[in-house]
Ligand binder design. Structure first.
Ligand code: PMP
Length: 356
């Protein structure tokens, strides 16, 4: 070790641990249910648009991403001036905190939830304040109670990763009414398209401190493309954009995203989402009938609280050719095709071997 010292704010910061992928050279067919991806490859029209964009790869993309932001604005029905884009919604989460928090400011989020919120705080010298879930859902009262004069950002992951619980707009209204107006409430809606009666965009006129973060990785089925967006106050969003590295989304991904936002492709993605939502009910029922405890989910995954057994159940699934995610005191299983459900049910060990 040389004489360089890592910044104090990064002390004890765990690395981001992604869901397991098949290992190199692994020949067995795996059902990949560890990362909440959709199981189908991108629509042909999206792939074609990306192929065509390769011819322009000697040029930088438009640094303001005007066309993409306009397309997103039209998609969500909000003004383009309040839209920021980045290479994944994770980058936006980091830069939203960066735009709002001074060193020592507090960022309140739930745990277990998306682990990156802690990193986003640490990356910006802000203080992470984790509030435990209650009955697998955000404890909104406790989160309100955790807000101090130093709090600048509260993150609600809705639906929550990994538990799949969601608050309706009506429930969030009550929470927002009790929040100080100078605290940003970031609604991470990575999975919102799989939920009902949840749409933070509809809360924004009444509550200008709401920022909605979404992604093309999940319902639009483009996790490998790395395109996310945030919608909020125009001034805040312009600072978020300023913090992002220049040209952060490559031109091929921009072309793919633009194609994915065309009405025909949006409609096809919605059909795929509907089939996953239907499969979620099938999987939930099948697991419960086999005796597993399954949290009711509003996302494209289900959570099985397993306590100490989570790692061993995940390992048993992997041995059976199915990758799931041990996290937050349980396993999180991505909902995909009917074949994925079948693979999972075959790979899951008998419940009797895994008392909670
Ligand atoms: N938010 C939540 C809650 C997530 O689960 C994820 C992906 N795992 C993301 C954000 C990040 O998505 P991306 O960076 O692919 O847009």
């Amino acid at each position: 070790m040389g004489s360089l010292r890592i910044a104090h704010r990064l002390e004890g910061l765990p690395p981001y641990v992604p869901g397991r992928r098949p290992e190199r050279g692994e020949t067995r067919r795996q059902a990949r249910l560890a990362s909440n991806e959709v199981p189908w490859p991108p629509q042909a029209a999206i792939v074609d648009a990306m192929k065509a964009a390769l011819d322009g790869a000697h040029r930088y993309p438009d640094m303001q991403y005007t066309e993409l932001r306009d397309a997103i604005a039209a998609h969500v029905g909000r003004p383009a001036g309040g839209v920021a884009v980045a290479n994944g919604s994770t980058a936006l989460l980091r830069d939203i905190v960066g735009a709002l928090a001074d060193p020592g400011s507090e960022v309140v989020f739930a745990e277990p939830s998306f682990p990156y919120y802690r990193t986003a705080a640490a990356a910006n010298s802000a203080v992470p304040v984790a509030v435990p879930l209650r009955d697998h859902a955000h404890d909104l009262d406790a989160m309100r109670g955790a807000v101090t004069p130093r709090t600048r950002v509260v993150v609600i992951c809705n639906p929550n990763n990994p538990t799949g619980t969601a608050y309706t707009n009506a429930e969030l209204e009550e929470f927002l009414a009790r929040m100080p107006e100078d605290v940003a409430v970031v609604l991470d809606e990575a999975y919102v398209e799989f939920a009902e009666d949840v749409n933070g965009l509809d809360l924004m006129d009444e509550h200008p401190n709401v920022i909605v973060v979404r992604t093309l990785s999940k319902a639009h089925g483009l996790a490998g493309l790395r395109v996310g967006y945030a919608v909020g106050d125009g001034d805040v969003m312009s600072h978020v954009s300023r913090l992002g590295v220049p040209f952060r989304i490559d031109g091929v991904a921009v072309a793919g995203a633009l194609a994915a936002l065309r009405p025909e492709q949006v409609a096809e993605s919605a059909r795929r989402v509907a089939s996953i939502v239907a499969e979620r009910a099938v999987l939930t029922e099948a697991l419960r009938s086999r005796g597993w405890d399954v949290v009711e989910s509003a996302a494209n995954f289900v959570f099985l609280p397993l306590g100490e057994s989570a790692a061993s159940v995940a390992a048993a699934c992997a041995a059976g050719g199915v990758l799931v995610r041990p996290i937050g005191g349980g396993i999180r299983v991505t909902v995909g095709s009917p074949e994925d459900t079948e693979h999972l049910l075959n790979a899951l060990p008998a419940l009797a071997h895994h008392p909670r």
